[in-house]
Design a binder for this molecule. Structure first.
Ligand SMILES: [Zn+2]
Length: 207
């Protein structure tokens, strides 16, 4: 719950019917904006039901526009590579991965820092899987007359060094943790794995 307005973020659905979920959301004070990381997280009828009840628009990166509007008629607000900052506690971080317009969401609450990562970043058997994809960034977006797109590395490497306490995926398999609480070791390995992935992906900016 935020005093500036509640945000609905992608996470596991936890079961229950749409009606139950809407009642749960209402009990928590309703919702002002629904954020999805990318179109794979869109559940059209659910997003429309939330809009009908709370008038909460759907928000996502502009490069997801075509794929999202195929899945839902929910009115939307789009943002660009600079992401979105809401108040001092919430931001959208552009992070091209399985889709060219994917984002991560970062939220601070009472000294805790949460990164909502959809199925893009997962801790699997003691190792990080980070689905960064700069080929999609370079080739599946419309760069108009530009010969090469802006280098996203500075913005992406900032994520490697953010304070993060918890990472919250929206899918998890049997036996896999529902969310990950960072330890000193996993925070360090997250940072080094992301830096390594950035180096591995860099040649795709030329390809
Ligand atoms: Zn995806």
């Amino acid at each position: 719950m935020r005093k500036e307005g509640n945000l609905l973020l992608p996470s596991g659905d936890g079961g229950g019917t749409v009606a139950d979920l809407l009642n749960d959301i209402e009990a928590l004070g309703g919702v002002d904006t629904q954020f999805v990381t990318h179109n794979h997280d869109v559940n059209g009828p659910f997003q429309e039901a939330v809009y009908d009840r709370f008038e909460a628009k759907l928000s996502y990166h502009v490069a997801e526009h075509n794929a999202v509007v195929e899945k839902t008629k929910c009115p939307s607000v789009e943002f660009g590579d600079e992401g979105v900052q809401l108040g001092s506690d919430f931001q959208a971080l552009y992070f091209p991965s399985c889709c060219a317009g994917s984002s991560l969401y970062y939220w601070q609450d009472s000294g805790n820092h949460f990164l909502f990562a959809s199925h893009v970043i997962n801790m699997v058997e003691d190792g990080w899987q980070i689905g960064l994809d700069l080929w999609q960034y370079k080739n599946l977006r419309d760069w108009g007359e530009r010969i090469s797109p802006p280098d996203p590395e500075p913005q992406l490497s900032k994520i490697a060094n953010l304070p993060i306490g918890y990472i919250v995926p929206n899918v998890y398999r049997e036996g896999q943790e529902e969310f990950h609480r960072f330890t000193e070791d996993t925070r360090k390995s997250f940072s080094t794995t992301l830096e390594r992935r950035l180096k591995e992906e860099a040649p795709n900016l030329q390809a």
